[in-house]
Design a protein around this ligand. Structure first.
Ligand code: NAP
Length: 244
């Protein structure tokens, strides 16, 4: 797999899965716009990429702020001429009680609406260029459901519908739209979810918790031309958890 000459944007890339995706795409030769809620937060990812000889720039890009997204898109395309790859990774997770109505909007705003708006803004340029790879990070939570996470599961299930619709809409424009559904992956978000890692591992056929690099490898494949005939798909990267 080779991404030499390609330009990628990764959202929520200051740590965790987003950071691993940015590093992997840069390793394969892409120039990477590393974006997150704060520009300073992205500097660790940038230095890891540069230490490996890759090319990257940090941007503050809040996926709920349309003006901010357009501004970053304009700067990246001015600097690097185009955007070939978009990895929609930014996300938040929170538990909610049944009577709690306060978290619904925020979770849907970041995890679903934000991903849709970023995709639409960047896809317009991809359509003009006749080329694009969009990879959305969803979750196995969308496939199986879990208690006290209705908004998160709903948002991630929405990402699946959006992925399929956009894939149909943009297929004839040379654009692939796919999603990766991580299982339990060792990141700060997993720590926040507070799952019992030992009990969970016992239920995973591969008998381990996933690493951010496991997701980055799948994202890299879906960002490369080797996956050109794959679109509108959701690839579970979960050690086999959802086949049990
Ligand atoms: P993480 O470590 O919490 O990283 C998520 C990143 O997104 C953070 O840097 C966060 O920044 C950023 N972010 C939050 N709101 C944002 C916004 N409005 N605009 C831009 N960036 C924003 O989580 P992760 O585990 O790497 O998760 C990455 C993706 O994988 C998420 O979509 C998550 O739902 C999905 N996922 C993770 C797992 C898992 O087990 N880890 C499983 C299934 C799916 P701040 O924290 O500074 O706000």
């Amino acid at each position: 797999m080779d991404l030499t000459g390609k330009v990628a944007i990764v959202t929520g890339a200051q740590r965790g899965i987003g950071q691993a995706c940015a590093i992997k795409l840069a390793q394969l030769g892409a120039k990477v716009a590393v974006t997150d809620i704060s520009e300073e937060g992205c500097l660790e990812t940038i230095s890891k990429i540069k230490d490996n000889g890759g090319e990257a720039k940090a941007f503050k890009m809040d996926v709920t702020d349309i003006d901010n997204i357009k501004e970053v898109k304009n700067v990246v395309t001015k600097e690097w001429k185009k955007i070939d790859i978009l990895v929609n990774n930014a996300g938040i997770f929170d538990y909610e009680e049944l009577e709690d109505m306060t978290k619904i909007d925020k979770i849907l705003e970041v995890d679903l609406k934000g991903l849709m708006v970023v995709s639409k803004i960047i896809a317009l340029d991809m359509v003009k260029n006749g080329y694009g790879k969009i990879v959305n990070i969803t979750s196995i939570a969308a496939l199986i459901g879990s208690p006290k996470t209705a908004s998160y599961c709903t948002a991630k299930a929405g990402v699946t519908g959006f992925t399929r619709s956009l894939a149909v809409e943009l297929g004839s424009n040379g654009i692939n739209v796919n999603a990766v559904a991580p299982g339990a992956i060792e990141t700060p978000m997993l720590a926040q979810a507070g799952i019992d890692e030992k009990a969970f591992t016992a239920m995973v056929p591969k008998k381990r918790i996933g690493q951010p690099e496991d997701i980055a490898n799948a994202v890299a494949f879906l960002s490369c031309d080797e996956s050109d005939y794959i679109t509108g798909q959701v690839l579970a990267v979960d050690g086999g958890y959802t086949i049990m």
